[in-house]
Design a protein around this ligand. Structure first.
Ligand code: CP3
Length: 355
């Protein structure tokens, strides 16, 4: 079978039309997701039951002509497997019962074995690959070491993650020890997802953009590069394209492209054309409409899609997405408008081979 357009685009090969998937495509804006979530009883139970995680992963694939499925899980499965105790409360967000409070807490941490402590995720990957029957490729994912460390130190999502930053400033060696063990855990976890059938891998560095430039290089970028190298040295995972998404970190696109990843995810604060001019010869780009566009009228959504496609230009190497996750208040019919517009508008454009 010819390789799917999503995987071709990640390799910057020509495609018949621009592939599209949506961050958080399996989520609360879908009534079928809310029904399965209610049946599971809790978000964590949903993640930890491979049959249910598989069911919700496939829901957006059944409803829309999407070009990729993404494993239904959460970035906080790793802290949970390290013993920090994850729960997700309605309207509150994720919470860890045992956040890291002392240096001893950090020194105690070990790298979880994906096939035992995170077995439910790896089983979900195997099940989803089987149930997808090659319709579309499956993306596996993990959080970045910096983003996971933020949650592990604070215990919950906060606006500033000041406690995590203070540790980086006051006790850099302790922070590096934490990031080192989390980076090894992330690399092993991603490699296990690839071995179980994930055909692309994505790292969400959601809070990378909170760091000043020198801090970003020392505490986020360095560990993203370590993960990219580790994946490349792994015999199964090395053939699986890696997408890095450092939200709010547009100042560092060149350095991110130099990590050896296949693609960069972009938020909506940079134009695709500007990003492509800086790094497009080295990596594919994924993104990047403002998620709020899905509240606009259908004709506006179509116009914004066309503008983004035109901005990227008639080159290979674009995977369409939003610049961050779809929000729970979106009308599912608006997403159908966006997906159709991506396929229709890009099919009429010429897609040239790389020059
Ligand atoms: O993209 C997908 O469809 C795959 C599923 C996915 C989820 N979380 C499902 C989820 C992915 C890739 C994530 C990653 C994730 N989780 C990130 C990085 C991506 C990003 O958004 O920047 C982060 C920061 C988290 C931590 C987390 N987990 C947050 C901030 C929340 C939302 C809290 C809330 O109530 O709004 C969660 C819970 C979560 N993860 C939900 C979903 C669908 C909603 C929980 C529910 O169903 O009750």
């Amino acid at each position: 079978m010819a390789e799917h357009r999503f995987l071709r685009a990640l390799r910057r090969q020509p495609v018949d039309c621009t592939p599209v998937w949506i961050m958080r495509q399996a989520g609360r804006y879908l009534p079928e997701y809310r029904a399965t979530r209610a049946r599971a009883g809790s978000f964590v139970k949903l993640c930890k039951t491979p049959e249910l995680a598989c069911e919700v992963t496939l829901q957006p694939i059944a409803r829309y002509p999407l070009d990729a499925a993404i494993l239904f899980s959460d970035i906080l499965t790793i802290p949970d497997a390290m013993g920090l105790g994850l729960s997700v409360e309605d309207g509150v967000g994720p919470r860890l019962a045992h956040p890291l409070r002392t240096r001893a807490d950090i020194e105690r941490l070990g790298v979880p074995d994906p096939e035992t402590e995170l077995r439910y995720v790896i089983d979900a990957v195997r099940l989803i690959r089987r149930e997808l029957r090659e319709r579309v490729p499956l993306i596996g994912f993990a959080g970045s070491p910096w983003t996971l460390a933020c949650y592990m130190i604070e215990g919950e999502g906060g606006a500033s993650f000041a406690r995590a930053k203070a540790l980086a400033w006051d006790e850099p060696a302790t922070m590096h020890r934490l990031l080192e063990v989390v980076a090894r855990a992330v690399a092993a976890y991603l490699a296990a997802q690839a071995a179980a059938g994930a055909q692309a891998l994505m790292v969400f560095d959601t809070w990378g953009g909170l760091l000043a430039p020198a801090m970003f290089r020392e505490f986020s970028l360095r560990y993203l590069a370590q993960i990219a190298r580790s994946i490349q040295s792994h015999n199964v995972a090395s053939r699986v394209p890696l997408i890095l998404f450092s939200k709010g970190a547009n100042a560092h696109l060149e350095a991110l492209a130099d990590t050896g990843c296949a693609a960069l995810g972009l938020d909506w604060t940079i134009s695709l054309g500007a990003a492509r001019a800086r790094v497009g010869a080295r990596v594919a780009l994924q993104g990047n409409l403002d998620p709020a566009v899905l509240h606009a009228r259908p004709e506006t959504i179509r116009a914004e899609v066309q503008a983004a496609l035109a901005d990227f230009g008639p080159h290979p190497g674009h995977v369409f997405n939003l610049g961050h996750g779809i929000t729970p208040d979106v009308d599912p019919d608006r997403l159908a408008v966006l997906i159709d517009a991506v396929h229709e508008s890009s099919a009429t454009a010429t897609v040239r081979a790389p020059s």
